[in-house]
Design a protein around this ligand. Structure first.
Ligand SMILES: NC(=O)c1ccc[n+]([C@@H]2O[C@H](COP(=O)([O-])OP(=O)(O)OC[C@H]3O[C@@H](n4cnc5c(N)ncnc54)[C@H](OP(=O)(O)O)[C@@H]3O)[C@@H](O)[C@H]2O)c1
Length: 82
């Protein structure tokens, strides 16, 4: 691999604000855990179900690499345009 190519281990998210929708289940749940481990400046997770949001934080907290310090849960139903 050439020196100009970056790898996942070289990601620097320390000055990035990341928003992940659909993070309370499935692909989004795993992605939220993985991205949190890169310590982004802010990781915003819009959730429509607060209980599932809290369970997500527990899941990330109990994982080996996750970091909940950067996470903000936003109460938001993305199907609701108001
Ligand atoms: N799984 C696959 O292999 C696969 C492959 C290709 C593409 N995809 C696509 O990738 C996406 C995610 O798939 P998935 O398997 O991870 O789905 P999933 O397990 O059903 O998760 C869907 C996520 O979206 C959230 N969500 C749905 N409607 C919402 C709304 N109105 N407001 C806020 N959040 C909402 C759900 O929240 P709640 O927890 O509150 O329900 C949940 O967190 C889908 O669009 C799917 O079609 C999946």
């Amino acid at each position: 691999m050439g020196s100009s190519q970056s790898t996942i281990n070289s990601f620097n998210l320390s000055n990035k604000v990341v928003i992940i929708t659909g993070s309370t289940d499935g692909i989004g749940k795993s992605l939220a855990r993985i991205i949190s481990s890169y310590n982004p400046k802010r990781l915003i997770l819009p959730v429509r179900n607060r209980t599932k949001g809290e369970l997500l934080l527990e899941y990330i907290k109990e994982s080996d690499d996750g970091n909940v310090e950067c996470i903000e849960l936003w109460d938001m139903d993305l199907a609701d345009f108001t």
